[in-house]
Design a protein around this ligand. Structure first.
Ligand code: F6P
Length: 544
């Protein structure tokens, strides 16, 4: 990669661009917004505060062509087995293809399977919303607890919060909770507040072998056993739904077949919120609004498939990221939503991008000699302003930022106070990206300020402006980031759909259970682990 003429040309260009400040770029071309902003449906992306010129874009296009981005895109969308280490396709886009369309996998139209699955999901949602689904005592279900972790948690968790305004009629409203952490602290606190008679647990796990999820699920069932005195058969039928790609494991745990929602091994965990893993979202906002979210994601898929390089939102987002990371040496990326409903977006993108592109071995099995996924983190923007923006403005790290905000909010209410709060939030969003880009040159007497009060600027950012936050625009937004992640994986020549880096930790934890439980002495451990183990044992003895 680094030997290609496309890469070398970008390196040469970067040698100049590294010394160019964003304020100069805006002086040279005050119409940068017109040049570098682009829209698709309900999203507008403004790249004008990125350190790019027309030359940068043309060189990035050559790099994308060199890496055969268009071919890879077609391979992804047509269901080629591009997840080579697991020998399967990555077909999350099929999950949002409309009814009646076609995507053949081994000669079989998987869109029909997806639609059948949605129908099963819809039936379950209806039975719960209508009060037909009853707990062991005959009371209807009014509380849902999703038990899952990683991709079986973060997507539905984020979406339920993001779409909290897409409420159902009051009779159908459900309390929806999420439990993910293996240490039991979430479930223990939550169970104290719930009624066993009307609580339903969704066990979400693609593999149905994740110990975090299974241990929380067992704790939940034990709680129901103790509270109800009912048989496991009744509890499993009335209080548990399983969502997994591993039906035999769901059955083994005790989930009856008609309470099992399946999905497929071609849906990666972190790409699964569009499948039955999204059941909590559908329960929260209703099936038709869930489908609006799928439609938004599909619109972005189509845009990704058809729009030319220059105006293709995910492609531009991905390629400009490559420019920042590999050529401007920026290795930190902050996700900054200016809307509290998107508070879980940073955590979601941390998994999506870092689990997908946090790799250092190419598709050919060679160590790469260039950077891949940067450190991604984030927080609701206005809160982060009072926490880590100091570093963004005056620290030593170059950081690229994504500002994400809806233009309209509360416009359909007559609450002037909330409308004012939204305006204030937008003012902060625009102010921060402006200062990050231009520094204190936005002030007239900036140069007279003492050095510790100066703002150097030149931190690049993209602003993602949503018309408003709806299921449709939200679907577009998440699909945008999925495809951006894919684009970068193509340039970096890595497989974004596996996650072998998480496996050894699981194995090692199982191995460490034995010495922790004093079944072995742990003599074979390294000095640090042995020291910690002994200290834990002695502290546990004191407490006993
Ligand atoms: O350990 C990482 C991981 O496999 C993620 O990729 C996945 O989203 C998460 O664990 C949960 O896995 P599962 O859905 O199989 O429980």
């Amino acid at each position: 990669m680094t030997d290609t003429s496309a890469w070398k040309a970008l390196e040469e260009h970067a040698a100049t661009m590294r010394h160019v400040h964003l304020k100069e770029l805006f002086q040279q071309d005050p119409n940068r917004f017109q040049t570098y902003s682009m829209r698709n449906e309900q999203l507008l992306l403004d790249f004008s505060k990125q350190r790019i010129t027309p030359e940068t874009q043309s060189l990035l296009k050559t790099l994308a062509d060199t890496c055969q981005l268009d071919t890879w895109k077609s391979r992804l969308l047509s269901g080629d087995a591009i997840n080579t280490s697991e020998n399967r396709p990555a077909l999350h886009t099929a999950l949002r293809q409309p009814q009646g369309s076609e995507l053949l996998l081994d000669g079989h139209n998987i869109v029909d399977d997806v639609q059948a699955n949605l129908a099963h999901m819809s039936d379950i949602v209806n039975r719960i919303h209508s009060g037909q689904w009853r707990g062991y005592s005959g009371l209807p279900i009014d509380t849902i607890v999703n038990i899952g972790v990683g991709g079986s948690d973060l997507g539905p968790y984020m979406s339920c919060r993001a779409l909290s305004d897409a409420q159902l009629a009051s009779g159908k409203k459900l309390n929806v909770h999420f439990v993910s952490s293996m240490d039991g602290s979430q479930i223990a606190d939550l169970l104290d507040t719930l009624l066993p008679t009307s609580t339903l647990f969704i066990l979400s796990s693609k593999s149905f072998t994740t110990i975090d999820t299974l241990s929380n699920a067992n704790t939940a069932r034990e709680w129901l056993r103790n509270a109800s005195g009912a048989s496991d058969d009744i509890l499993n039928r009335r209080h548990f739904i399983g969502v997994s790609a591993n039906a035999p494991k769901m059955t083994e745990w005790g989930i009856p077949e008609n309470s099992q929602l399946n999905f497929w091994d071609w849906t990666g965990g972190r790409y699964s919120m569009w499948s039955a893993i999204g059941l909590p979202i559908a329960l929260r906002i209703g099936m038709s609004r869930f489908k609006e979210m799928l439609a938004g994601a599909h619109a972005m898929d189509e845009h990704f498939r058809t729009a030319p390089f220059e105006s293709n939102l995910p492609t531009q987002l991905g390629m400009i990221g490559v420019w920042n990371i590999n050529f401007l040496d920026i290795h930190a990326h902050a996700i900054l939503p200016y809307d509290g409903r998107l508070s879980h977006l940073p955590a979601y993108l941390e998994q999506l991008e870092m689990e997908s592109d946090g790799k250092s071995v190419s598709r050919q099995g060679k160590e790469v000699d260039y950077r891949t996924c940067p450190i991604i983190w984030g927080e609701v923007g206005p809160n982060a302003q009072h926490a880590f923006y100091q570093l963004l403005h005056q620290g030593t790290e170059s950081v690229m930022c994504d500002f994400i905000a809806p233009a309209r909010r509360y416009h359909d209410t007559d609450n002037a106070d909330l409308q004012q709060q939204h305006t204030l939030t937008l003012a902060n969003c625009l102010a921060q990206s402006r200062i990050l880009a231009l520094g204190d040159s936005v002030l007239e007497d900036n140069e007279s300020a003492p050095v510790h009060m100066r703002y150097r600027g030149n931190q690049p950012s993209t602003t993602v402006l949503m018309d408003e936050l709806t299921p449709f625009s939200f679907g577009q937004l998440i699909s945008l980031y999925e495809h951006k992640t894919f684009v970068q994986s193509v340039i970096w020549d890595i497989n974004p759909f596996d996650q072998w880096g998480v496996e050894l930790g699981k194995k090692m934890a199982t191995n460490l259970l034995k010495p922790l439980m004093k079944e072995t002495d742990g003599a074979d451990l390294d000095g640090s682990s042995k020291g910690l183990l002994d200290t834990i044992h002695s502290l546990q003895e004191v407490n006993a």
